[in-house]
Design a protein around this ligand. Structure first.
Ligand SMILES: *Cc1c(COP(=O)(O)O)cnc(C)c1O
Length: 224
């Protein structure tokens, strides 16, 4: 795509987000995190050039490599994948903007411990498995609220900002909607939570209508 085509393509996606957010209300602002796992650093650079600032990766080695290649750009890096404990140091070394995927107490404690050692803090979200899918990580809805509070109390270096969910992996619109609504309901009860990260290329409008204020868009942003 030429730069102009890319701009037009991006504008059409922004328009769809705009329409969805206005169906919630005028004050509902939605942030885009470009999930860049399918593309190389040059594709990230060209999306940056037309205004995108937040990018998310789901593999630590890709996050580290791309952020190093693009270190001259003030990109806001997000980690959106499952984090293994032996990769925590690598994650912290690039000083990410937001970790979307605290999916166990054990991980929360391990990250907190490493942060303490480095005298750092890190913004993070608690992942909720609201679709009850065995293939997904995250806390089940019944326990999410208690665990969230427990992490706030026990892991002071983790600055919890809210929640993240991946919509149900099914075709049925009602089931996907239900999974988003489950996360949204939990989000509404949490103390000082401001980020509800849900919605991907196939379901971002529905996610926004269910209260998402952060969408993670991959394939739709980087068409082949
Ligand atoms: C890849 C990925 C996305 C984006 O997926 P698309 O369907 O390509 O938009 C969002 N969230 C997570 C956690 C991902 O790994």
């Amino acid at each position: 795509m030429t730069t102009l085509e890319q701009k037009r393509h991006f504008d059409r996606i922004i328009e769809r987000i705009e329409k969805a957010r206005l169906r919630v209300n005028n004050h509902h602002i939605v942030k885009i995190v470009a999930a860049s796992k399918y593309v190389d650093a040059e594709a990230i650079r060209s999306l940056y050039a037309i205004g995108q600032r937040a990018f998310g990766e789901n593999k630590i080695q890709d996050l580290v490599a791309k952020s190093e290649t693009l270190e001259n750009l003030p990109i806001e890096w997000h980690f959106i994948g499952t984090l293994q404990k032996n990769k925590i140091n690598q994650l912290l070394s690039i000083r990410p903007h937001l970790l979307h995927s605290i999916d166990s107490l054990e991980l929360a404690h391990a990250v907190n411990e490493r942060l303490e050692r480095e005298n750092m803090s890190l913004k993070a979200l608690v992942q909720i498995n609201s679709a009850y899918e065995a293939s997904k990580s995250g806390f089940y809805p019944e326990e999410a609220s208690d665990k969230y509070t427990q992490i706030i109390e026990e892991c002071p270096r983790l600055q919890l900002q809210g929640v993240m969910s991946i919509g149900a992996h099914v075709e049925d619109h009602d089931i996907i909607q239900k999974s988003f609504e489950t996360t949204r309901r939990i989000f509404d009860t949490l103390p000082q939570a401001s980020i509800c990260s849900m919605g991907m290329s196939s379901d971002f409008e529905l996610a926004i209508e269910c209260g998402s204020n952060m969408v993670r868009l991959g394939s739709i942003l980087f068409p082949k």
